[in-house]
Design a protein around this ligand. Sequence first.
Ligand SMILES: [Zn+2]
Length: 348
Amino acid sequence: MRSPRHVIRPLVRLTLTSIAALAIGASTLVSPAAASSSDGGVRLHTNAELARTLAQIERAADGRVDVRSVGTSNEGRPLWFATLGTGPVRLLYVTQQHGDEPLGTESAIHALRTLALSDSATARQLRSKITLGILVRVNPDGHERNWRFNFDPDAQPEFGQVGQGYDINRYHNPEIAPEDNPVPEAAAVQRTYAAFRPAIVVDYHMQGRYVFPDGREITTSIFWPNNPDVSATAVRASKQVAVRVHGAFTDARAVVSQYPGGEFRGIARNAYGLRGSASLLVELSSLPPEREQFQVRTAYESMIDLAEAAGFGRLAGIDPAEADAIPLRGEELPGTSAATRHLEDDAA
Ligand SMILES: [Zn+2]
């Protein structure tokens, strides 16, 4: 796509590289990604490890990061909210509403660490421009069981699975007050949103495997709010974020499509657009284990790039119409349907 973004892209890439390089040790210089699991994939943080890692980052950041619990799951696990920076531009990243879609959490841990610990002039300047909030692993009970839903086996959910729990990403409807929300994790996101008032919300998920007609496998799909009641202003800002995020993923060698999402108001992508924010859904494809490090890295780079673009005022000049030129998602990769059945927006 033709874009002013490409004019400034080389500078941005240098900035990103400098922040990342200064923040991490030589052993991880090439790829600031996660530890490997026995199958070659990313070894996921357990819930206990996540708590420890966030506390370590908070300590090492020497006052630049605040980590606190903004609620608890039905099984009493804390819902972690990490904030960084002192600036007026507020961004909210949300990860792992669906317990079996974990990679955005791993990316967010690395992005938080990089943005918090780098002492480069650019990083310091960025921290004065933005306040980044990250709701890390909104669904710890689902993560514990490696399933989509929260844990509420006695519920009769309108959206969810009897015997398991609710689909958290159907309960963000602005007309549901947090105190009336049957899903504590969704209520915590609603409350955090209301208190934090972010200009930008990005919600990280995972999908199955899809290919473009030319055979290239799609590694990432993104989408903005499409509920008809979302204001034109919010849609425009969401599309500007989409164009920027598309560019960052593409530069990281991801293959990006639009996500074919529905109009339901309870989905975070629509709900926070209805409340006036620029809102974006990011779906990482469920690639084989040996490509999970790549997936984590692409999302990590896009998280840092978007924070920089927002902080340094690089979103306003983007033509939102470019988002409509992002290609639509292609067909499912043959033979992968049963193995990677992620319902996502389609179920609404
Ligand atoms: Zn999901």
